[in-house]
Design a protein around this ligand. Structure first.
Ligand code: BGC
Length: 723
């Protein structure tokens, strides 16, 4: 009997299988492996003629058909299918849709985020996907940027902690497990730092800013084993990320030892020639990208012919092609793709995708994501004795606004959203109706549209509010106002929403404003006039159940902002980690502080902090900072407090923020219960990036601050010294 080739032998080590296969491949076949194309555009042709090794944006039966075709090719190299499973496997119409990353980040709960990743991977795996383009690890600075909803907020430490949790959730302990998928940390790096919040435009970022702000979360993800990275669209200081050797090679490979592969973003390589105009020809773009360390080109069909020609004409060393191929094939082997266990199995998936257990995880995620911003006079929780409620506002019953970006209607064939069953989504109106019960009349009017100021029924809505015991007004934004390539110059409430709120307020009916939105908006009027404000973000398909549960007090809110709210768009960046040195320290026409600060969030109970003890007042090199603080539930309900620890390096050789988050802990407390919370900060986390771009801890005086938000008034302060 003829012997199996080594690469087909599952008992051989991956490295051996890769080398064996590589040795059998033609140049065209190797280049094809480096190419990922849209599976909706003539995939069979590209697969047979171009030897393409990966497709994106297709799921289900078509992946099996293509996979069979790939298996029948000369070497039978399997395809790897990628998908944007961004907050749940939401392109699949019956899959569980979780709250967006920004929403989830307000839970400050890595375990929860890991669970979201696990569920997403499982659901995706049944539909033929092997790889998700997630998590987004950008650190937000400018709220005008369209993609704020996709991030974990403004703090690099929090982004890193949650990002690495999501990576662990997707990838599990073993990539060969049928229900794990590859993660892809994106968009590497500095993508939220583009000027004016303009998506994919130029970012003027120094190496110090890159190292102290933007690279950290990616490093965390790499340490957590993240298999792939996606290069950002933008240029940094003139150099497109896709051609940035420092980023893709020096830092990623040499410093961090990353062994997975890098995929470009959508036609990022082509755009170096056609959009950014940094390469006069496609040939130059492909050469620069490959040499800089891009292993796979997403959606650049010209890549194939161009790369082959470059090698054949001696302009591109084939060693770069071999290297990229090695990395890609290595992960295909590790996933078990060669060993036949990765077909879509829709029949088996039918009982799992969107199952009750996964919906429960979505509900729990929504509960933990919601942030109570204001609760004057204890209007919330609502009593069970209400006779009439008015639910008003454009986002009270709008499934698209509620689910947010990267949901099935962005995939082909679901342009009107009809593929996703309406009954699978609980809007705020649905949730309130169910929860309020038969004894309470719930009236609804949309009141106005999110964007069009003339599309309104404000008078009708106001009549409902006038006759109600309480008005719940659900406003915010929708995916016409946020998401990729949808940046805003104005962060005020759009359309006629402000007018609607003012008219409802004038009735004198107690009003709760619920925000369904992809990013913080500038809402000083709401902050002053609404009695209660509930920030729900894009809370996923169980969002309405969670909002109602919080409004009626079935759940005590625990979320804390992972991102600051501005008074006005002109305050950008209004992040909590401000650098000292501002003459005057404020605008003449605007406060210096945010409207709602990073870390802030209310509960139906109260928490009192006392007795901050710094256990390590003089740190020796390598020694962790250790502190203790007493946290007491001083109110009448059980609750969860998110205890935050910030550090200020008082005198440093370069400017450093007045405070930086260094640790956090979720603490459950019964009424009256007091716990001593112990927190530890590893020595290396106290480091800064000095003038020589070295990451070092500088000796001297430090301040440590512990409390329930980043605001000074919420923090107890202590001192320590680094020897
Ligand atoms: C986005 C990526 C996404 C890719 C594939 C790009 O336009 O920037 O985040 O993963 O498309 O859909």
């Amino acid at each position: 009997m003829p012997q199996k080739p080594i690469y087909q032998d599952a008992t051989r080590p991956v490295a051996e299988r890769v080398e064996d296969l590589l040795g059998r491949m033609t140049l065209e076949e190797k280049v094809g492996q480096m190419c990922q194309l849209d599976g909706n555009r003539e995939p069979e042709k590209w697969l047979t003629e171009g030897h393409v090794g990966s497709f994106l944006h297709v799921l289900g039966q078509i992946t099996n058909d293509l996979q069979k075709l790939a298996e029948q090719s000369r070497l039978g190299i399997p395809l790897i299918f990628g998908i944007d499973a961004i907050h749940g496997h939401a392109f699949w119409p019956t899959a569980t849709v979780f709250p967006t990353q920004l929403a989830l980040s307000c839970s400050w709960n890595p375990d929860l985020v890991e669970e979201v990743g696990r569920v997403t991977a499982k659901e995706a795996s049944y539909t033929g996907a092997h790889w998700t383009f997630s998590p987004v690890l950008g650190t937000v600075r400018d709220l005008r940027w369209g993609r704020v909803d996709e991030t974990f907020g403004e703090d690099p430490y929090l982004v890193g902690a949650l990002g690495s949790a999501l990576v662990r959730g997707y990838q599990g302990d073993d990539l060969a497990d049928r229900h794990t998928i590859l993660a892809c940390a994106k968009h590497y790096a500095g993508y939220p730092g583009t000027q004016g919040g303009r998506d994919a435009a130029e970012a003027d970022l120094s190496e110090r800013k890159m190292r102290s702000l933007y690279l950290k979360p990616f490093h965390e993800a790499v340490v957590a084993g993240c298999a792939t990275l996606m290069a950002g669209y933008q240029a940094i200081d003139g150099v497109p990320c896709s051609a940035n050797r420092w980023l893709l090679w020096d830092v990623l490979r040499d410093e961090w030892g990353f062994e997975g592969f890098v995929v470009s973003d959508w036609n990022n390589i082509g755009w170096m020639h056609t959009l950014q105009k940094t390469c006069a020809t496609m040939g130059e773009a492909v050469k620069r990208a490959v040499e800089a360390g891009n292993d796979m080109a997403m959606s650049t069909p010209e890549f194939i012919e161009t790369a082959v020609q470059l090698v054949q004409s001696g302009k591109l060393d084939v060693k770069h092609i071999d290297q990229a191929c090695r990395r890609i094939l290595g992960l295909k082997f590790e996933l078990g793709l060669f060993d036949g266990n990765r077909y879509a199995d829709l029949e088996a998936g039918g009982g799992v995708i969107g199952c009750a257990e996964h919906r429960a995880a979505a509900l729990e995620s929504a509960y933990q994501s919601i942030v109570l911003l204001k609760n004057e006079g204890g209007l919330l929780p609502l009593g069970d004795d209400l006779q009439r409620m008015a639910v008003i506002g454009p986002n009270a019953d709008d499934v698209k606004a509620q689910l947010g970006d990267w949901v099935s209607w962005y995939a082909r064939g679901d342009a009107d959203g009809s593929a996703r069953p309406r009954e699978s989504i609980v809007t705020v109106l649905d949730g309130v109706r169910r929860r309020a019960g038969a004894a309470c009349q719930v009236d609804y009017d949309r009141g106005c549209a999110v964007a069009d100021p003339d599309d309104e029924t404000i008078d009708q809505a106001v009549e409902l509010a006038r006759g109600a015991d309480v008005a719940v007004v659900v406003v915010g934004d929708d995916t016409t106002l946020n998401g990729e390539a949808r940046d805003r110059a104005d962060l005020d409430l759009s359309g006629a929403q402000q007018r609607l709120l003012e008219a409802v307020h004038a009735t004198g009916t107690p009003t709760v404003v619920v925000l369904i939105n992809g990013k913080p908006l500038s809402i000083p009027w709401v902050a002053e006039h609404a009695q209660a404000i509930v920030e729900a973000w894009n809370p996923g398909l169980e969002g309405g159940t969670a909002v109602a549960g919080i409004l009626f007090g079935d759940r005590n809110p625990s979320g804390k902002l992972s991102i600051s709210f501005p008074y006005h768009v002109g305050q950008q960046p209004v992040t909590y980690d401000q650098i000292p040195g501002w003459h005057g320290g404020k605008y003449v026409d605007m406060p210096r502080e945010p409207l709602y600060a990073f870390g802030y969030g209310l509960s139906y109970t109260t928490f009192a902090y006392s007795k901050l003890k710094v256990l390590t007042e003089a740190l020796a090199a390598g020694e962790p900072l250790r502190v203790e603080v007493d946290v007491e539930n001083s109110g009448g309900r059980a609750g969860t407090e998110i205890v935050q620890l910030y550090v200020n390096d008082v005198y440093s050789s370069v400017t450093t923020p007045l405070k930086e988050l260094k640790a956090f802990q979720r603490v459950d407390l019964a009424p009256g219960e007091k716990k001593t919370v112990r927190m530890e900060v590893p020595y290396e986390r106290l480091a800064l990036v000095n003038q020589d771009m070295e990451t070092v801890v500088e000796p001297g005086e430090f301040e440590v601050m512990v409390g329930g938000s980043s605001r000074d008034e919420d923090l107890l302060k202590g001192k320590f010294e680094v020897k």
